[in-house]
Write a protein that binds this ligand. Structure first.
Ligand code: UDP
Length: 314
């Protein structure tokens, strides 16, 4: 197949590209590099089945005929989407429209990267796909949450009105090599802080929870969904739920760091709990994650060591 990935230079987009290339597909990657990095693609420099185009998908584009579109372009860390608020809303609306138009034009299948943020600060726990969510539509996270919720509505509309063969994956917290070291996410912050011997910054009391999925598990789940005919949203994440404080302690254990834990104010609208119910993914495509947090952090150690080394040498 010839496959388009928007956001191909990002954390998930680049891992997805690797997996699709490894299966023998040709991949066209599009990215405006606003939060993605060419570093994530440099190992593909001599890969003839990979083509990169630097382009902002908010401007209409055409890469020629494709069989599948994976729409992964968007700032995704709370720090990035707070900085790029309007851009985040644009890529979720205008950019996603342009990506859907490519799928419509070429009769390609389409998979949109949605998010657990569609559930907001959930009062149903764990979150099932039929839960409509508890989202602040005007708060600091709204630029991301509402962009992604709009993208879901738009994707369903292209399916219902134009017959585009669409899928929606709701991605929960994912981590691993190629996370930007300064994207402000909890795993990248804690790993970098631990390896540099700096204090680990726990926000609030650290009692809020997240459920962390290692990137290879996440990509396997996304590919599993891509091969089904399910048009309604499907959660893909690791249901193993951690408090942020226990996550910090696990990072200290894995890195062998003697850094201290310090407490900073909790950001506004920070969800107090998050855990995917993955029964639908299990039932539809027999997927469940294999890698627990401690193992995944060990697998990520070499990468975070290398980015910290580069920073210390600079
Ligand atoms: N967090 C933290 N310290 C940090 C970064 C994040 O305690 O240095 C917390 C944050 O408040 C949130 C959780 O970790 O409760 C996950 O944050 P992240 O930015 O990774 O993504 P989110 O799941 O909130 O989208």
């Amino acid at each position: 197949m010839r496959i388009l990935i928007t956001g191909a230079a990002g954390f998930l987009g680049s891992h997805l590209g690797d997996a699709l290339l490894a299966e023998g597909n040709a991949v066209v990657g599009v990215d405006n590099l606003s939060t993605g990095s060419l570093n994530n693609l440099k190992h593909l420099a001599n890969e003839p089945r990979f083509e990169f185009r630097e382009h902002d998908i908010c401007t209409p584009f055409d890469v020629g005929a494709v069989d599948y579109v994976f729409n992964f372009a968007s700032p995704a860390s709370p720090v990035d989407y707070a900085r790029l608020g309007v851009e985040t809303l644009e890529v979720g609306s205008v950019g996603t429209t342009n990506a859907l138009n490519i799928a419509k034009k070429y009769g390609a299948k389409f998979l949109h990267a949605s998010t657990s943020e569609c559930y907001g600060d959930p009062d149903v726990h764990p979150q099932t796909e039929d839960y409509w969510g508890h989202v602040n539509p005007i708060g600091p996270r709204s630029v991301y949450d509402e962009a992604k919720r709009f993208s879901e509505a738009l994707t369903m509309a292209y399916h219902r009105y134009y017959g585009v063969d669409t899928r929606l994956v709701r991605i929960f917290n994912t981590y691993g090599p190629r996370l930007q070291k300064n994207d402000g996410r909890v795993i990248s912050n804690f790993m970098v802080q631990a390896l540099k011997g700096e204090d680990l910054t726990v926000y609030g009391e650290g009692e809020q929870t997240r459920s962390f999925c290692y990137v290879s598990d996440e990509v396997a789940g996304i590919l599993g969904l891509s091969r089904t005919d399910e048009h309604l949203p499907v959660n893909v994440g690791n249901p193993n739920e951690w408090t942020i404080l226990d996550c910090a302690k696990t990072v200290l254990k894995v890195t062998g760091s003697s850094s201290k834990i310090v407490y900073h104010p909790l950001p506004q609208d920070d969800p107090s709990q998050r855990q995917p119910d993955i029964s639908k993914a299990k039932r539809l495509f027999g997927w469940e994650p294999k890698i627990d947090l401690e193992t995944g952090l060990r697998l990520s150690l070499e990468y975070f060591n290398s980015v910290v080394d580069v920073e210390l040498q600079a």
